[in-house]
Design a protein around this ligand. Structure first.
Ligand code: HEM
Length: 483
């Protein structure tokens, strides 16, 4: 077959249409968004060049972390907000810590958190049953119930294989976020097919278990006033809540499966990534400092003190491990820029800039440069070094037992003004106690059962938007401990 030049041109023309649309839409969208604040706040990442908005936006794919850090040292020290372009959220105002704290006190009808998080995961496309988002009771069940039952969860905790769905949700939401608004319904529709395919597949697998549990729960009539069956898992909590709603549609297996999925999605990536970073921090530390051995000694002792089976009491004794987790989360937070909030007040809000007060309109996104705060030498001396015992102090034991004991100065699950691993003090992650408990269990199991080889070089992850994507082919060498 011979292809003529005009056919190639026609093909190129057809192909170029979506790209041209993409380009124009990007330029319009990002410029419009950017121009609102351009004249007031300093900016990082933009250059004096043609199509500066759209070009900076594309560069943000790999430069967000670098720009956040540059702005932090140039402007945050002078208490000034600054702008960075981002591919997923348009131009974002990065706030100095003090302002973030003050603004954090605004009610959610002025500065929105939940809607911003939903936008982040593009919930309108990625979540199959929208009742999960419209009535998000998983937000309240986690802190009030699941956390209370950590001891019951210690034995049966396991990792389910939900990889495909999780990748669809996070990969898909990122794809939608970087698509210009004009084309989002198209990307959104494709991602919706992808996510719904997995959601349906999972609901089919879980369906019989969910139905059996609903039957069990209703037959046992456990809801006698005052009595409370010990909670076994998140599924039971969701079913209990659904029954209490007096609305039979709440007991649909697919809705319950979707509620389980969103809880899993919120916890799976964050927990595995934090655990991965922690293991990497440990194995790339200087072997002569003996961090792995010190943590193992603590785990061995805690386990033998409780007779050889991990329980809440034993986990609570892991003070060095707790400090080491916090330190790893400080040094490698889940994102360089986070705590995004959207101005939803139609009248807008005001930001402090030097001596003046600057109005910013509804729709503006504000965020914090958390990695830069975590690595600020003025806050954390020797900030770039992994010091796993940074958050414990030693105290002399009483004369009978002798020796020293460790006291946690800052528990990992407690956010403060300089540690955002689990969000802000005002709106912390409701799953943080569960997550820390889970990480401690896995680490304790790993250290007590395996020898881990120290690595010679630190595997470098890749900056992608505000995330640090870990190096997927990094190798960790372990050997079962004898005895
Ligand atoms: C190490 C693991 C985890 C990390 C690093 C983490 C981090 C965070 C952070 C930083 C936020 C606040 C985001 C913001 O304010 O912008 C958050 C919110 C949230 N997290 Fe976690 N999280 C983890 C594990 C979990 C687990 C295990 C669950 C559930 C069992 C969970 C459920 C949630 C929920 C529901 C929210 C939204 C809260 C809201 O709607 O206000 N997280 N998480």
């Amino acid at each position: 077959m011979v292809i003529s030049v005009s056919q190639i041109e026609a093909a190129l023309l057809v192909l170029s249409i979506p790209f041209t649309y993409f380009f124009i839409a990007s330029v319009l969208e990002k410029r419009q968004n950017h121009s609102t604040f351009l004249k007031v706040f300093p900016e990082v990442g933009f250059r004096d060049e043609w199509f500066h908005g759209v070009r900076a936006t594309f560069r943000s794919l790999f430069k967000t972390a670098e720009w956040a850090s540059e702005g932090y040292s140039k402007f945050t020290k002078h208490d000034s907000p600054y702008l960075i372009p981002t591919m997923d959220r348009g131009t974002v105002i990065i706030l100095p810590t003090e302002q973030m704290k003050t603004l954090g006190r605004l009610p959610e009808d002025q500065l929105d958190i939940f809607g911003t998080l939903q936008e982040q995961i593009q919930a309108r496309y990625t979540v199959r049953d929208q009742r999960v988002i419209l009535d998000p009771y998983h937000r309240y069940l986690i802190p009030s119930q699941l956390t209370r039952d950590l001891d019951a969860l210690t034995g049966p905790m396991y990792l389910a294989s939900l990889e495909g769905q999780s990748v669809a949700l996070f990969g898909g939401s990122m794809l939608i976020s970087i698509t210009p608004t004009l084309f989002r319904p198209v990307t959104g529709y494709l991602v919706k097919l992808w996510c719904w395919y997995h959601a349906r597949k999972i609901a089919k697998i879980c369906g019989p278990y969910i139905e059996a549990r609903i039957r069990e729960t209703t037959q046992e009539k456990i809801r006698v006033a005052g009595s409370r069956k010990p909670v076994k898992d998140a599924l039971q909590l969701i079913i209990d809540e659904a029954i209490s709603r007096d609305d039979d549609t709440q007991l649909s297996t697919s809705l319950i499966s979707d509620r389980l999925l969103i809880t899993n999605n919120l916890s799976l990536h964050s927990t595995t990534l934090t655990l991965h970073n922690f293991i990497m921090s440990l194995i790339t530390s200087d072997p002569s400092l003996g961090y792995i051995e010190a943590l193992r000694e603590e785990c061995d002792k805690a386990l033998s003190d409780v007779g050889g089976t991990w329980n809440l009491e034993a986990i609570r004794k892991l003070r060095l491990v707790d400090s080491a987790i916090r330190e790893s989360m400080r040094l490698i937070p889940f994102a360089s820029v986070a705590m995004a909030r959207t101005v939803v007040d139609p009248k807008g809000i005001s930001l402090k800039h030097g001596q003046s007060s600057v109005p910013v309109p509804q729709g503006t996104i504000l965020a914090s440069p958390i990695k830069s705060i975590h690595c600020d030498e003025a806050i954390y001396p020797d900030a770039h070094r992994f010091n796993p015992f940074r958050f414990v102090t030693t105290e002399l034991q009483d004369s009978k037992s002798g020796g020293q004991k460790y006291v946690t100065s800052k528990p990992t699950a407690t956010p403060d003004d300089n540690f955002f691993g689990f969000g802000t003090s005002k709106n912390p992650c409701p799953g943080r106690f569960l997550a820390v408990h889970e990480i401690k269990l896995v680490i304790a199991y790993l250290l007590t059962n395996y020898d881990i080889e120290y690595a010679k070089a630190k595997p470098q992850g890749t900056d992608l938007l505000a995330m640090k994507v870990p190096k997927m082919d990094a190798i960790i060498r372990v050997k079962r401990r004898s005895g």
